[in-house]
Design a protein around this ligand. Structure first.
Ligand code: 13P
Length: 306
């Protein structure tokens, strides 16, 4: 572990389970998103899971984002887990383990293309392989069973079945140990919803009663606050947030660019040269992302728990 504050996510989600709150897991894609995530955690005195999703590899080398995250973790005073979100293959998991991540998700519900479903047996095989590798390094593992999606809107939604999930956490055991947390399909989807979503906190409760393990809500953006709270009461210990950060960035960016356009029109009219500064455009978006993340930490009940 590269920092004394860097911990396996297992510790954070177990504390959350005991304390009746959830830890937010926030997606970073560059320096500014990572800075906003840490700034919110520091401000709220909240434990933190900061995550990089596999698809970020199409945007930049994940080692570059990881370097920023580890620098921030080094200076941080709050406990933080650095997590791979939606790892799709054993090879990708190994790449992130090598970087020093303290937590990984193997998304065995889908094939490496991120679209085609894996069979139950394929999910078991790849998850078990990841548990063996990650646990030998003291790294926590998140797995997924069921298929996410908005009830009544998305095709292929398969809510997590409690009996199948119970069999899954047994079948994936390596050396007597299973995953540290399980992502479940309960009516959430990645991205925004079409209208008001139906979130099955009753299903969360059934799963929590049967499995006695920390459960993860993916697609946290757009879930009504009362459904988030009901989910946490029922057994959700980690809530993933990505789109809300993107929305905060975009909304503020649009405001800043609109203000800049006015300023430039005035400069043009006065015959003055325009002044360009990337930092003056990006800094306000970083502040807006920090505020949006901090709001989620208060909603999840993790504020003040660092
Ligand atoms: P949202 O983009 O809907 O917040 O979902 C994030 C997520 O679940 C990442 O795994």
């Amino acid at each position: 572990m590269k920092s004394k504050m860097l911990v396996p996510s297992k510790e954070l989600v177990q504390d959350a389970k005991a304390g009746g709150y959830a830890v937010g897991a926030f997606n970073a894609v560059n320096m500014e998103t990572a800075q906003a995530i840490f700034a919110a955690a520091e401000r709220e005195n909240s434990p933190l899971i900061i995550q990089v999703t596999q698809t970020t590899m199409a945007y930049t080398e994940p080692e570059d984002v990881a370097a920023v995250i580890f620098n921030l973790a080094e200076r941080s005073s709050i406990p933080v887990a650095v997590h791979l979100d939606h790892g799709r293959s054993f090879g990708v998991i190994m790449r992130f383990l090598k970087m020093g991540f303290s937590s990984v998700m193997i998304d065995g519900s889908l094939q490496e293309d991120g679209k085609t479903p894996r069979t139950y047996e394929e999910n078991v095989a790849v998850t078990k392989q990841v548990i063996e590798a990650a646990h030998s390094l003291g790294v926590s593992v998140e797995a997924e069973i069921g298929r996410l999606g908005q009830i009544g809107q998305d095709s292929g939604v398969a809510l997590t079945d409690p009996d199948e999930a119970a069999k899954f956490v047994e079948d994936i055991k390596f050396d007597g140990k299973t995953v540290d947390m399980l992502a479940v399909a309960i009516g959430t989807r990645h991205g925004l919803f079409k209208g008001k979503p139906i979130i099955r906190s009753d299903r969360v409760k059934e799963l929590a009663d049967k499995l006695d393990m920390p459960l993860v809500m993916h697609g946290g953006t757009g879930v009504p606050d009362e459904d988030v709270q009901k989910g946490i009461e029922a057994g959700i210990c980690k809530v993933n947030i990505d789109t809300q950060i993107r929305v905060a960035f975009y909304d503020r960016l649009l405001e800043v660019v609109t203000e800049k356009e006015k300023e430039y029109a005035e400069a043009d009219a006065a015959g003055e040269p325009r002044k360009y500064d990337i930092r003056k455009i990006i800094a306000p978006t970083r502040d807006a992302m920090t505020d949006a993340i901090a709001e989620k930490m208060r909603l999840f009940g993790s504020a003040g728990k660092a």
